[in-house]
Design a protein around this ligand. Structure first.
Ligand SMILES: [Mn+2]
Length: 370
């Protein structure tokens, strides 16, 4: 038996407001689909956030249909659960994934399905409020009771200890022994598979960057190829090959920024198949984003990249270093994220902050906010 585990494809995410980025998300997902067809996988599981939104545009629904149909025509069933991004409004509407059931997608938001003697259990994303009203372990036990003799897969979309140290759920405690493979979505950084209570637990991460971070680059973006035979279960992480390059540069101070400009020019000598996204993180004293833009322009950098993303903080001479580093942008964002406790809302706020940082003065910013 061989199956492909994909997660967090976020189809329809126009990152930085760019059509090119939405296409990148589609092509990364398509690479995984093409791979599954090439290796003649028996089936595919997708552990949530198939779409970026619970209301994908008609175009994006068509993209999703195209991918599912490709697999259906190759006789490869796709089993999926809804993530926090695409689970639909709690009361009034169904998950957008239910539209794709008409082209063969198998939505397993709750319960267990059987396919060729394999049992596939699924539970859609449950919010923190929802978890308070639910005995997670009991639900998992009920699932196990619904299975028979055969390989047992569980699909989830949550944060779990030991992968997330602060999570309220723990694989060791909240999932009983009995499953063979536990595929989990939600965490966008791929994790090395772990064996817990006899099950292989896998977070493949997202197929594209929804928010860049260096750790994510290090682990790579991709999906898992799972082979099960008499020797046991083998996991292989497959990298997305034709991915948009992200170039990250960190710096401290205006002087270092000027050095970084030279490094950027050098790294752009390489022949990229897609124009890279440039991520700049650091602090500046005199320079402002507008000046940085114009430096990147005159140095011929802007024409060779798709987009530049700043993560700048201002170096204030009057603040002692320790105070500044403790209240850096990362820390502020982390606190906002915790406070909002809602990924979609946080993303909107985050995009707004990015936008606001591009304004030169308070008046301009106020005008925009109005
Ligand atoms: Mn996600």
């Amino acid at each position: 038996m061989r199956f492909i585990h994909i997660s967090d494809t976020h189809l329809g995410y126009h990152q930085y407001g760019l059509q090119e980025r939405a296409e990148d998300f589609f092509y990364a997902f398509k690479e995984a689909v093409d791979y599954a067809i090439d290796v003649k996988a028996d089936f595919v599981i997708h552990t949530g956030d198939f779409f970026h939104s619970s209301r994908p545009s008609n175009n994006i629904i068509l993209q999703g249909m195209e991918l599912v149909k490709k697999l259906s025509e190759a006789k490869i069933p796709v089993f999926v659960i809804s993530g926090n991004h695409d689970r639909g409004s709690q009361v009034r509407d169904v998950s957008p994934l239910s539209i794709l059931e008409s082209v063969g997608l198998r939505l397993v938001d709750t319960g267990v399905v059987e396919h060729d003697g394999i049992f596939i259990a699924g539970l859609k994303y449950i919010s923190k409020a929802g978890l308070r009203q639910l005995n997670f372990r009991e639900v998992m036990e009920r699932y196990l009771e619904e299975t028979g003799d055969g390989f047992k897969i569980l699909m989830l979309h949550q944060e779990f200890q030991p992968f997330f140290p602060d999570s309220g759920l723990n694989v060791h405690i909240d999932i009983p022994e009995g499953f063979d493979y536990i595929g989990i979505g939600h965490y966008h950084i791929a994790q090395p598979p772990a064996v817990i209570n006899g099950a292989t637990v896998v977070y493949p991460g997202s197929t594209e960057f929804t928010a860049y971070n260096e750790k994510e680059e290090e682990k790579g973006k991709g999906f898992f190829d799972i082979k099960v035979d008499s020797d046991g279960l083998k996991t292989e992480f497959v990298h997305i090959k034709n991915r948009r390059p992200f170039l990250f540069f960190g710096f401290s101070g205006d002087e270092e920024f000027r050095e970084v400009v030279l490094q950027i020019k050098e790294s752009l000598q390489k022949d990229y198949r897609k124009d890279p996204v440039l991520i700049l993180r650091g602090n500046v004293r005199e320079l402002n984003p507008r000046e940085i833009h114009s430096i990147l322009e005159t140095e011929g950098i802007k024409e060779r990249i798709l987009h530049v993303q700043f993560n700048l903080s201002r170096e204030e001479a009057s603040l002692p270093e320790g105070v500044f580093s403790e209240l850096g942008e990362g820390k502020i964002r982390e606190e906002i994220k915790k406070l909002l406790d809602d990924e979609i809302l946080y993303e909107h706020v985050s995009e707004l902050i990015e936008r606001l940082k591009t304004f030169e003065n308070t008046d301009e910013m106020k005008k925009f906010l109005k």
